[in-house]
Write a protein that binds this ligand. Sequence first.
Ligand code: GDP
Length: 414
Amino acid sequence: MARDLKYTRNIGIAAHIDAGKTTTTERILFYSGVNHKLGETHEGSATTDWMAQEQERGITITSAAVTVNWNYRGNKYHMNIIDTPGHVDFTVEVNRSLRVLDGLVFLFSAVDGVEPQSETNWRLANNYNVPRLGFVNKMDRAGADFLKVVKQVKDMLGSNAIPLQIPIGSEDAFKGVVDLINWRGIVWNTEDKGMTFTEVPIPDDLVEEATEWREKLLEAVADYDESLMEKFFDAPDTITEREVLDALRKATLDGKIVPMVCGSSFKNKGVQTMLDYVMELLPSPLDVEAISGTNPKNGEAIERKPDVKEPFSALAFKIATDPFVGRLCFIRVYSGNLEAGSYVYNARSENKERISRIFQMHANKQNPIENVGAGDIAAVVGFKDIKTGDTLCDEKNPIVLESMDFPDPVIGLA
Ligand code: GDP
């Protein structure tokens, strides 16, 4: 059965080294693993899962793509997290990741703010018009300042960064956030590693500041919805949460707004709320333009929609060696469907090769799957001759997808 692509997310996490990408990724795996099993497990299993995952960290965190599930507002989302290296030496790899992901969580340290590699990655992400959500991490550290980082993202990266939250408490006393959209305070419960949170009234001393930031947020999104704009001027009290979220999503997908949230992944605060906003605001494969390419036989331009009924097309974006299954080729499927055991055509080598197995990498296991369809990401086994950047397709409907080597003066491509 084809997956409903509305609930698929292909997301990268971009950050300057040391901002907390590894810690945040681990927490995502932890929360989503538990989240996935909620209902089946009793309380207290969280710690065991956590330890098991920490041990397996070597496998999962370094994988080119890890798949998790996330329940949000009654729907089960399928999220592929694509590795986006933080070190300056890996600019080529960042380009490759950006080519196959649909949205980015841009991580900043609340103390260090915008750093050199944030600037480089931001600029590369601009080249691909990747919509992004800002996550300001390390809110528990001395000198943490969420709004200062928001301002830097505005001033230094030239974006319309808009806070969706303001922090409750700072540094050691960082406890939670005021959500400016649904107008409530939340404080994470620490005894269960931040699995749950308690709703609290907006603290008196934050009401004025929160009101001010909510107005800024509404003003920014009102441009994206006429009725919201009318309400903003005539009856702001009647504005609904859904209206704000829908307008904000449009603005985010258009790259007109960069929504900003905060937390401390190390202290287990804010990762789940950030994930909820990933599902709410970042694109699904259906929100992204159809992929274009050329027919290698006659040079004719071709477009492929993210639909399993279209002819198969996919891009190989990373070749890796796995201790258990051998050589893995990570692919992003743009159209059609690929079944394990079938043959696929490589437009570069002009060879047909048999795919023996297809996997998706989860927090603690490689999950064999029978097929991988449009909009999804998986690792395939079986290629003898494969290079990153190769287009894989249907022999009768050949296509070379547009080059993934984006011209950039910083890089010397291999
Ligand atoms: P990466 O280089 O971006 O992958 O960063 P890491 O996840 O390895 O984190 C770098 C360091 O910052 C580690 O020592 C983490 O324990 C620490 N760290 C990460 N997130 C937080 C946080 O939210 N608060 C604090 N205080 N430290 C953090």
